[in-house]
Design a protein around this ligand. Structure first.
Ligand code: ME8
Length: 529
């Protein structure tokens, strides 16, 4: 029997309306870091991402491209999967809202809620923003009639529509928030309560008749399901909800599972208001957490966005700097939960300081000296180490604990920071001990102890950083020739087992970037000059 704890993590499903840019990759990199961390901690993880393939905007794009909507989204979904492969995103399942099983799930949910009376037929009128696929009220669009999200003009639309009985669930929703303080960060949730719930939440219009690229409802096929309701249901349709085989649903949406869902702050409203309401209406449990993350902005504070056309593709960055450097930058430089500017200077500085000068340099210096002084074999280890080594290893242990407590709280920025601090501790220790002098002075025991301890720190730091940089940490562990059983999280405590290991050939892990040159390159890339 499987006694592992289960963990389900999702990203929003990406609109299949154009290319993925670096802003989009942020969410998947964070989710992937979390998924890899949980796997490392022994959880049975299911990590899900996918594409959101219906809606008027996509239908129009397909028409412009001279393709049927399905042909269009097939191409886009394939291109998304290419990007995720290049970014090393280790998802277990990729959901598409055009999948038959998803479509059937949406239709069944609709029928069920219609029968229960939580969906009813009415008339919808309001200001509609086509690019955002959202209706807004008079006060939201103001006198200028501009979309409050993207600031483009909205137009008046009126149609027969089905509504979700949102109002009915508001008291339960508020009670749920109160009882589950870790569901969503307080400030992010308060923003939703103050902006949307307190002024009075209207029932949500959940069908459209003005276009047909969507899931038609069985009861009245000229209506298609509003793209957001269609999209939100992916989180359970991907587990087989409302299909013949609901075993994954029972397992990963069951009470025992820790469920964590990421969403950018621009789509917080859908994830912390409408999604819980939909789950309540269906009698399903709630996720444990909605992790609302910030957005990557340009240096002038504008969101990097597909529709604004100011965001570069991740490919040139992956090619030039390596995927792990890009992943590291995103997780470490952006405080998870806050917005952050993607600026060339910070990018180059961060990569040079943390990766080239700290991590890469420690690996290179340590292993080169093992080659030089001990013919490429990690020296032996004694338990009665010097005071300096003992104090350093004590601090390293504290940093491992700090890493775990931060990562468990999904503070991936802080956790990654603790791991990097541990490697910084190693670098400082290395400088303080000055093994080159120990060799000159013939202090062999201390030299052995120093290089052994530095190898141990490289091993530990690489394990801790493996969720964010799976490839580079593997390279470091490969160069040190660490056996598989000493690459697990539990093995961190097993110090002393590296003695006698023969190193593999060395190669620098991260090049030191030439600042001016790279800043120029990146500025051009981001500004698209
Ligand atoms: O919103 N920085 O899809 P999407 C950080 N289909 N994250 C960003 C970003 C930026 N500059 N730009 C976009 C959708 N994102 C819906 C989701 S889920 C039921 C349906 C993030 O392709 C954005 O916040 O517009 C979101 O989390 C994800 O990319 C997908 O955005």
């Amino acid at each position: 029997m499987d006694h592992k704890k289960t963990f389900y993590v999702t990203t929003p499903i990406y609109y299949a309306s154009g290319n993925i840019h670096i802003g989009h990759t942020y969410c998947n990199v964070c989710a992937d870091t979390i998924a890899r961390y949980k796997r490392m901690m022994g959880y049975d993880v299911r990590f899900m991402t996918g594409s959101d393939e219906h809606g008027e905007k996509i239908q129009k794009k397909a028409l412009d491209a001279g393709l049927s909507p399905k042909e269009y989204v097939d191409r886009i979904a394939a291109s998304f999967q290419e990007v995720w492969k290049a970014m090393n995103i280790s998802y277990d399942y990729y959901v598409r809202t055009t999948d038959d099983s998803h479509v059937a799930c949406v239709q069944k949910v609709f029928t069920e809620l219609l029968k229960k009376g939580d969906i009813y037929l009415g008339k919808y009128e309001g200001w509609y923003c086509t690019p955002c696929e959202s209706f807004f009220t008079d006060s939201q669009v103001g006198e200028e009639h501009l979309c409050p999200d993207c600031h483009r003009p909205v137009h008046w639309e009126s149609e027969d529509s089905y509504f979700l009985n949102v109002k009915k669930f508001v008291p339960d929703l508020m009670e749920f928030y109160d009882k589950h303080p870790s569901f969503c960060r307080k400030d992010k949730l308060n923003e939703m309560i103050n902006t949307f719930i307190k002024p009075g939440l209207d029932d949500l219009c959940i069908t459209r008749t003005s276009f047909d690229w969507g899931v038609p409802i069985a009861e009245n096929p000229k209506h298609i399901v509003y793209v957001w309701i269609d999209a939100l249901l992916n989180y359970v349709s991907a587990l087989g909800y409302e299909t013949a085989d609901e075993s994954l649903m029972r397992k990963y949406w069951g009470e025992e599972t820790e469920i964590v869902q990421l969403a950018g702050r621009d789509i917080n409203r859908f994830h912390t208001i409408y999604w819980p309401i939909l789950l309540m209406a269906l009698g399903l449990r709630q996720p444990d957490r909605i992790l609302v993350h910030g957005l990557l902005l340009t240096k002038s504070g504008v969101k990097l966005s597909k529709s604004l056309g100011n965001a570069p593709s991740p490919y040139p960055l992956i090619e030039r700097y390596g995927v792990d450097s890009l992943r590291y930058y995103m997780v470490r430089e952006m405080q998870f939960g806050e917005d952050g500017a993607f600026t060339p200077m910070q990018f180059v500085d961060r990569l040079n300081a943390d990766l080239a000068n700290n991590y890469g340099n420690l690996v290179n210096r340590t292993l080169s000296m093992v080659n030089r002084y001990f013919e490429g074999r990690i020296p032996s280890y004694r338990k009665d180490v010097s005071e300096r080594t003992r104090v350093m290893m004590e601090r390293a242990k504290e940093l491992v604990d700090e890493y775990v407590s931060r990562m468990n709280e999904f503070d991936i920025t802080g956790g990654t920071g603790s791991a990097m601090e541990l490697l910084g501790l190693g670098s400082k220790y290395f400088d303080d001990m000055a093994p080159w002098n120990l060799s000159k002075e013939g202090k062999t025991e201390l030299l052995e102890e120093t290089l052994y301890s530095a190898c141990e720190l490289i091993r530990i730091g690489s394990i801790l950083l493996s969720p964010v940089m799976p490839e580079k940490t593997k390279e470091a562990l490969d160069q040190e020739n660490v056996p598989e059983e000493l690459r697990t999280f539990e093995s961190i405590a097993e110090t002393g087992r590296l003695a006698g290991i023969s190193l593999r050939p060395l190669a620098p892990l991260f090049p030191r970037l030439k600042k001016e040159e790279e800043i120029q390159y990146l500025t051009k890339l981001i500004d698209g000059e």
